[in-house]
Write a protein that binds this ligand. Structure first.
Ligand code: ATP
Length: 495
């Protein structure tokens, strides 16, 4: 019966319902030979299986139980050698903290971090039961106790299981299980990646603040400036360079530690009023999710106050000093750097000495090298040429960013933001006008804001720019006329 069945299966695999119905091509000698070989092999395999089953049955009947056990042990030994051993598993238990730690303000245990992280990885479709918690519109998903889910990191599977402590067995916990060969990776990269991802989400979700100095302390209000790098109209390569620099800065913790420098970055923004320097400061804060500390130096009367303010700035913050050219008197600007350093020494007797720019920078360097990390300093000015050369020295401010008049690309960004348009019949005319007149992005924004209808607003912009172009031509003409009058007068005198 086995042979008959096998031969049927073999022929059916060739696409025929029975051996009698072989197609005409099968009548060739080579096809017959192939089918014959296949049949023989299948028949042999079936016979061997049948004999093995028979032998096993007979052995069970005839051999004493002890001998059976020895044979079965031998067989499992052989199987063990042939098959790879099951991978060793490792489990890390993450316990929920309670008592003192949980009452600690701003304390986030790793258990909370993991829960927040898993909420972003959970696939509701694959879970039989889901827990929902949270207040208001913000709901957080988590596993019910006893459930498991799998997370894949760098190609390795990590299984998380929620274990209930039930109050008696200890606190609730989350168990992380994985192949033991990946233990180093789990502790060295996977676990830190969870903390980093959660911190990033928390930063993104928490409202930013801007602090202003009042006496010896900072007063903060929420910072809802809508400027982002997407809304900012500026020369595209410069924008890309700023974003790349910020990204590099964030990633370079190890680098700054290795070279022994404070983990900080300085930017000098310069350009005419209304070109977006303050907007860029806001965009940087929104991009990094760092709070702003807007330092008004006219409020700082003595060095100890400045020291206190700078020390009380937390990590991951931006110190902004606007219109830096107006903050220091001409007298202090010409001071030598040594003098500047002395002025800002921490000697209490010197408290009433005035503050200088390069002194301030040395002071910040010294303070922030000793403590603090991920700090950004931004200075803005409308007049770069009025600045103390000490500030412009290479290595002082890491990047000098020019915020200029509104060019064609910057205008297109504004038009896209305001009207969602990439093209318009008035664009060629506007492009020509922008190439000739100096107009700030603030002026262009103001014109675009005047009407919600793109046609009317863009026409308004053309009408605003045209007289400026005419005025420029007239002033050039007047200048040329004046020059020719002078030449003429000289010529007459010589005559
Ligand atoms: N580059 C820009 N991109 C988008 N909007 C801009 C830009 N520049 C200016 N604006 C608009 O003009 C307003 C004023 O700009 P902002 O205060 O950023 O300029 P500023 O260079 O800091 O000026 P000031 O030197 O007078 O402080 C902004 O609120 C914004 O609406």
């Amino acid at each position: 019966a086995t042979r008959a069945h096998t031969s049927y299966t073999a022929s059916s695999s060739l696409g025929c319902s029975s051996p009698m119905e072989l197609p005409s091509a099968a009548s060739s000698p080579s096809t017959y030979k192939l089918v014959d070989t296949y049949k023989k092999a299948a028949a042999t395999a079936a016979s061997v299986t049948a004999y093995a089953v028979l032998a096993r049955g007979m052995a069970r009947e005839l051999l004493p139980p002890d001998l059976c056990a020895v044979v079965s042990w031998g067989a499992s030994l052989v199987r063990g050698h042939l098959q790879p051993p099951p991978a060793q598993r490792c489990t890390i238990v993450v316990k929920r903290l309670d008592g003192y730690a949980i009452n600690c303000a701003n304390f986030n245990s790793f258990y909370d971090d993991v829960n927040e992280y898993l909420a972003t990885r959970i696939d509701p479709q694959s879970m039989r039961r889901l827990c929902l918690s949270g207040t208001g519109a913000r709901k957080v998903m988590s596993m019910d106790s006893g459930d498991s889910m799998t997370d894949v990191f760098e190609g390795v599977q990590f299984t998380w299981t929620s274990v209930s402590g039930d109050g008696r067995k200890g606190p609730d916990s989350l168990e992380l299980t994985f192949d033991a060969e990946h233990t180093d990776m789990a502790l060295g990269r996977y676990v830190p990646s969870i903390t980093a991802a959660v911190e990033q989400t928390r930063r993104r979700d928490c409202a930013l603040k801007i602090f202003m100095n009042e006496g010896l302390s900072w007063r903060g209000i929420s910072h809802n400036h809508p400027a982002t790098f997407d809304t900012l109209a500026m020369d595209p390569p410069t924008k890309q360079a700023v974003i790349a620099d910020l990204d590099r800065f964030l990633k370079r913790k190890e680098y700054y530690r290795r070279i022994g420098k404070a983990w900080k970055r300085g930017y000098l923004l310069y350009g005419p009023p209304g070109t977006g320097k303050s907007s860029l400061v806001a965009a940087v804060a929104n991009y990094l999710r760092f709070n702003l500390y807007d330092l008004d130096l006219s409020e700082v009367r003595y060095n100890a106050a400045l020291q206190k303010l700078l020390i009380s700035m937390p990590n991951r913050s931006i110190l902004v000093i606007e219109d830096i050219d107006c903050c220091f008197s001409t007298h202090t600007l010409v001071s030598s750097s040594d003098e500047c350093l002395n002025i800002l020494s921490l000697n209490a007797n010197m408290e009433w000495q005035s503050i200088t720019l390069s002194g301030l920078l040395n002071f910040i360097d010294g303070l922030w090298s000793a403590s603090g990390k991920e700090r950004v300093i931004i200075f803005t000015t409308n007049y770069k040429d009025r600045l103390d050369p000490a500030l412009l020295r290479p290595g002082r401010m890491d990047m000098h960013i020019y915020m200029g008049y509104c060019g064609w690309e910057a205008f297109r960004m504004l038009a896209r933001n305001y009207f969602l348009v990439d093209d318009h019949p008035l664009f060629p005319e506007i492009q020509e006008l922008l190439a000739e007149v100096e107009v700030t992005p603030a002026e262009v924004s103001e014109m675009l804001l005047r009407n919600e209808d793109a046609d009317i607003a863009l026409l308004g912009l053309v009408e605003f720019l045209t007289p400026k172009k005419q005025g420029k031509k007239d002033s050039v003409k007047i200048h040329l006329e004046k020059t020719s009058v002078v030449h003429c007068a000289r010529f007459c005198l010589m005559d």
